[in-house]
Design a protein around this ligand. Structure first.
Ligand code: FNR
Length: 391
């Protein structure tokens, strides 16, 4: 089935067939009316690629450096929690596919595989996605564990003061850990392979925080409650300064959208930004990352690495982001569709499709290397910069 998927949308269709509705819509959905979710993708259509002809594009070099790490590709896998929901090989399947492709893997605090198990499994660069939690001791514990396990970078998610309103989850009866409820019963019954697999491997565990809850005497449900209770709405810039002082490797802020915030991050020594609205899962009405990259680049200059995170479904989306000033792109849903559709092979298929598309786009654009892609490859850029979406 996977070889018959010729683009990300077709991998999504296969994932939809394989997953019970609550799991599929947990990946696929966004907050409120899903305006931002949809805008993340449609915004790429506002930019047109302007090729330059008669250039030697006989070999295309996709390699780049991001967060001080050499990568074979200008894109990587964003952190996403709870991979056990989608495939029994969980985060390991994703990390191994990233390693095979030579790109960065990022593990979520809310992963179902421990950060140590990921570190033992792959030799390519890895980044841990951290939160500043109410229990600063746990945040600090993650920093120490990441140092011990050899993580190359830390990424602090800053758009999660509380969870977004994801109404699809309410409609489908999505609960964590997954349980057979009235609303979801039919969907589980019509996906017996997935349901049987869950029954045979009931290893749903937030592996990085489970020890805390075990110490408190909680079960799996207590674990989710524990994590939700840990999101801290008092976190401010001085807390980021505190984290900066604990970690001397690359520190990335994920979820920055405003140019003023980008400048503040730069001033306190943050190395890079993931320009992100959490894939449209948090603040509905937030702008698409692709619309912000140029103004943030102009604000922070060349010293910070910028990642466009959100809405990537095509290689041309990635090339547009690079032309507008990003160093790289990341994505969540695209590879989770692959994970659900076929485990590690599914993620590999997604990475390969996007790689092939980027190579083709660069060839037709007249760019043989990532550094050759620039603003002059975006048609009508002055007009788009002055449009209301840019302000
Ligand atoms: C996410 N994302 C996310 N981000 C984060 O910082 N920590 C997390 O645990 C998660 N978990 C998560 C789960 C699922 C199912 C999805 C789809 C996303 C957001 C993720 O890192 C990334 O910002 C978005 O996925 C980017 O948008 P696209 O590529 O999904 O359009």
């Amino acid at each position: 089935m996977l070889p018959k998927c010729h683009n990300i949308d077709e991998v999504r269709t296969l994932a939809k067939r394989r997953l019970p509705a609550p799991m599929f819509h947990y990946i696929d959905g966004g907050a409120d009316d899903e305006w931002t979710l949809n805008r993340n993708c449609s915004a790429y259509s506002d930019y047109q690629l302007l090729p330059e002809c008669l250039r030697d594009v006989s070999t295309i070099d996709l390699s780049t450096t991001l967060f001080r790490q050499p990568l074979a590709l200008p894109f990587f896998l964003a952190p996403t929690g709870m991979s056990r929901l989608f495939h029994h090989d969980k985060e390991l399947a994703v990390a191994r596919a990233a390693e095979a492709a030579g790109t960065l893997y990022s593990l979520s605090t809310l992963g179902t595989t421990s950060l140590e198990d990921i570190a033992a499994a792959i030799s390519t660069p890895k980044m841990f996605q951290i939160y500043i939690l109410k229990d600063r001791g746990l945040t600090l514990e993650f920093v120490h564990r990441c140092k011990a396990a050899g993580y190359e970078a830390l990424c602090l998610t800053v758009d999660m003061a509380m969870a977004g309103n994801r109404e699809r989850d309410l409609r489908t009866g999505m609960v964590m850990p997954p349980r057979f409820g009235l609303k979801s019963l039919w969907s589980f019954a019509t996906h017996p392979v997935w349901s049987m697999n869950l029954a045979l491997h009931p290893d749903f565990k937030l592996a990085n925080v489970a020890h805390r809850v075990d110490a408190l005497g909680g079960g799996a449900m207590g674990l989710i409650d524990y994590v939700n209770s840990q999101f801290d709405r008092t976190v401010i810039w001085s807390d980021v300064e505190w984290l900066r002082a604990q970690w001397d490797g690359p520190l990335i802020l994920k979820g920055v959208l405003s140019s003023a915030d980008a400048l503040r991050a730069k001033a306190i020594g943050v190395d890079g930004l993931m320009i992100s609205n959490h894939g449209g899962r948090q603040l509905d009405g937030a702008p698409a990352p692709i619309d912000l990259v140029r103004s943030i680049r102009q604000m922070v200059g060349d010293s910070m690495d910028l990642v466009v995170d959100g809405g990537i479904r095509r290689g041309t989306d990635i090339v547009k982001a690079l032309a507008l000033g990003a160093n790289a792109c990341s994505f969540g849903k695209a590879y989770l569709y692959g994970l659900a559709a076929g485990g590690q092979a599914g993620v590999a298929r997604v990475l390969d499709l996007l790689k092939t598309e980027v190579i083709r786009a660069m060839t037709l654009l007249g760019c043989a290397a990532i550094a050759e892609i620039s603003e002059r490859h975006i048609h009508g850029l002055v007009e788009t910069l002055n449009s209301p979406g840019q302000r």
